[in-house]
Design a protein around this ligand. Structure first.
Ligand code: 5AD
Ligand code: SF4
Length: 432
């Protein structure tokens, strides 16, 4: 018996799919295969924007025929979309062939849901009130040499555009001792990079241990590895955190600091709790202490009532904050959020024009920064072999992808390479 997992969305979901794989293995499913060959297909869905949802709907709908042809095939749908208020009902009605629906808080229950499916036609399990901090799922990791480690779940920020607080519940932090032990075991197993994960890692707290303290403890683990974290909310990004980043070479000087907008009026409407000036002050603080640090970000265009001038402030922020890259999004109204009820939703043609100009500005930064690498020596952590290019690839410490040829398999090794050419975020060169 084999399984397939189809994941939509962010790193959080990718890591949760590793936990789902661990659970499936513990109940006898042997290996991951393509959906057409699987005995169980699990969808781990995302609902952050409408297109993520449409994508999931399309993929689930496409399985109707397979389900009819293959007796005994189990189809399970979990994750953020399943947890969204009212969506389980929609899923049930639209796709009567779904066997199991489970929410974001029910992953650790999946084994028992599969067992229940043997005697029930359809199993639905969605909690809202039982928020665990230890899911107990033995992750079956697929991202070697990187390992993701959750430190917080949920979010309390209620940015007015965002559905996350409604589908992932209130923020809770895992025990610092458990996290440090988990990281120690991963390094001992041979992982070379740890990424600490949370919707807002900066508000981590376990008793007296806050995020800078936790980061300091993880970085003190012996061995050669890289340490990263995401996501940081600008309002909680502190001088103490910068001091810990500066103290340890292992912590990458790479910060994902979502700005969302460059306009203070829009930031207020978004309930982000910082102004453009305060955001830029955090950027300046980081660059003053660690001049080589790079910042990546998330930006949203066409939030309700955004004017051309305010959009211009987001454009100018790209240059001013000197982002090395950015995830750029068109605002997508999400039912139940405060912004979805706001007047002044922006027409699609305007949004298309704004996102095109924003992407061009971000690409210009990425290109300019990558070109400076030509002729330099860098160290990449080799992640994979790219079949199409016939080259190995790995990331340098500031997040660019380096491609190089190698006779031997060097996945999981730190490799020094000389950069001969840059193309966007990708660097090409020779192994030294
Ligand atoms: N519309 C567009 N982008 C959104 N994001 C979150 N909610 C929305 C929405 N409704 C973006 C934010 C966040 C990233 C993960 O997704 O930029 O940082
Ligand atoms: Fe959403 Fe804001 Fe929480 Fe990020 S901090 S998950 S954008 S509510």
């Amino acid at each position: 018996m084999n399984y397939a997992i189809v994941t939509f969305g962010c790193q959080m979901n990718l890591h949760e799919s590793e936990k789902i794989a661990g659970i499936l293995r513990s109940v006898g499913y042997e290996k991951e295969v393509a959906p057409e060959e699987a005995d169980i297909i699990v969808f781990n869905t995302c609902c952050i924007r409408e297109n993520a949802e449409n994508h999931a709907f399309g993929n689930i709908g496409a399985l109707k025929k397979l389900k009819r042809q293959k007796k005994g095939l189990i189809i399970a749908v979990g994750g953020c979309m399943a947890q969204e208020p009212g969506k389980a009902q929609v899923l049930k009605e639209k796709f009567p062939f779904i066997d199991i629906i489970f929410g974001t808080h029910n992953i650790f229950e999946l084994a028992s849901l599969i067992e229940r499916k043997k005697s029930e036609k359809r199993v639905i399990s969605l909690y809202e009130d039982r928020l665990e901090t230890e899911d107990g799922a033995p992750a079956c990791r697929t991202s070697y040499p990187n390992a993701w480690v959750n430190i917080t779940y949920g979010c309390n920020n209620f940015c007015t555009y965002c559905i996350v607080p409604y589908v992932r519940g209130r923020e809770r932090s895992r025990s610092a001792d458990v996290i440090v032990e988990e990281c120690r075991a991963l390094i001992a197993e041979g992982y070379k990079e740890i990424t600490l994960l949370g919707q807002n890692v900066n508000s981590y707290r376990d008793g007296d241990v806050d995020f800078p303290e936790l980061l300091d403890r993880v970085a003190a683990i012996e061995g050669k590895f890289r340490l990263r974290f995401m996501t940081s909310h600008p309002k909680d990004f502190s001088e103490r955190l910068v001091a810990v980043m500066k103290k340890h070479d292992k912590i990458l000087n790479l910060l994902h600091l979502p700005a969302q907008s460059g306009s203070s009026r829009i930031l207020k409407l978004m309930n982000r709790r910082y102004t453009r000036e305060e955001y830029l002050a955090k950027v300046a603080l980081l660059k003053r202490e660690i001049p080589e640090a790079e910042i990546t970000t998330d930006l949203i265009v066409s939030f309700p009532t955004e004017t051309e001038e305010e959009f211009g402030e987001t454009l100018s922020l790209v240059r001013e904050a000197d982002f090395s890259s950015a995830f750029t999004f068109v605002y997508s109204p999400r039912t139940g959020t405060a912004a979805a009820k706001m007047e002044g939703q922006i027409p699609e043609e305007v949004s298309k024009d704004r996102i095109t100009r924003l992407v061009a500005a971000v690409n210009e930064n990425t290109r300019r920064k990558s070109e400076k690498y030509v002729g330099r020596e860098i160290e990449v952590l080799c992640e994979d072999f790219d079949e199409k290019r016939g080259l190995y690839l790995g990331r340098e410490p500031l997040g660019r992808m380096g491609y190089f040829a190698s006779e031997n398999n060097c996945v999981g090794e730190f490799v020094r390479m000389k950069v001969t050419r840059a193309n966007g975020v990708s660097l090409y060169g020779e192994k030294i």
